[in-house]
Design a protein around this ligand. Sequence first.
Ligand SMILES: [Zn+2]
Ligand SMILES: [Zn+2]
Length: 320
Amino acid sequence: MQFDAELLLLAMAPVFLACIGWEAWHLRRTLPGAQLYSWRDTLCNAALALMQQAADKLAWLAIIPVYAFFYDHYRIYTWQAGWVSFAVLFIAQDLLYYVFHRCSHRVRWLWAAHVVHHSSERMNFSTAFRQSLMYPVAGMWLFWTPLAVLGFPPKQIVAIVLINLGFEFFVHTQAIGKLGWLENVFNTPSIHRVHHARNDRYIDRNYAGVLVIWDRLFGSYVEEDLRDAPVYGIVEPLHTYNPLKATFHEWASMAADFASVRGGRNKLRALFAPPAWAADYHARRAAGSSGARMDSGEYSSEATRAKQDHTAAFQTPRRP
Ligand SMILES: [Zn+2]
Ligand SMILES: [Zn+2]
């Protein structure tokens, strides 16, 4: 890598802003009245991006030495710099991104950070900016550690992670339709619109970063159906444009649930079960179930049922 990877996203900022300008102009002409942009939503997204970038700069200072440790002591191969090593790094990181992203939707501890990206009820290029400064705390960086063991130096790992993130900006739009054969290989706007939707048929699907082949291989792919337009946002809506609330609301909710449930197993569920567990728990609390019943084994079996039928559980709205 001949460039300072950490400045990649900053260097691309003019491209990102130009895309947002074009999309807002285009959508106002083609979908008047749809109001796919709002200033408050876009400013919240921009604030979240700046917060996350600042936190990332600090986090890399702590994380890069960890990658260096694994690279120095446990790498299984030493790559010659070139296109072959770049291709292996790119594909390996994209696969690990798929694993990270899927886990982020199925493990509440990781969802607490990732939910920020999904909590807007709009979908446009600025939605890509919605990131969480809590990713380093959640442990996103752990998922890239195998790259150091595979023999890639820390700077290259940081670079490929940022390249992946930069690519993903371009799939956050409603201004571009389906892209033909590209849909078979790459993550596209249509594929990623599905990922941001909370419709029954779309929820927890299409985790791709750059390549959609992982979703197709591992059974998580679903195509956008033009008869079932995506409804964006999360199952328990946020109702705020405050970037701090957007960043920390799920952490606070998780801590409150951890404190309120009884028993070690339920406390572990509060932290690591799928997000549907929390939606189910909140719905039951709001419906007036007694604390004793909810903390009993009966609640545990209900939680298991919720896991098995998490789509149904996801439909359960949280009362304000
Ligand atoms: Zn996601
Ligand atoms: Zn996204």
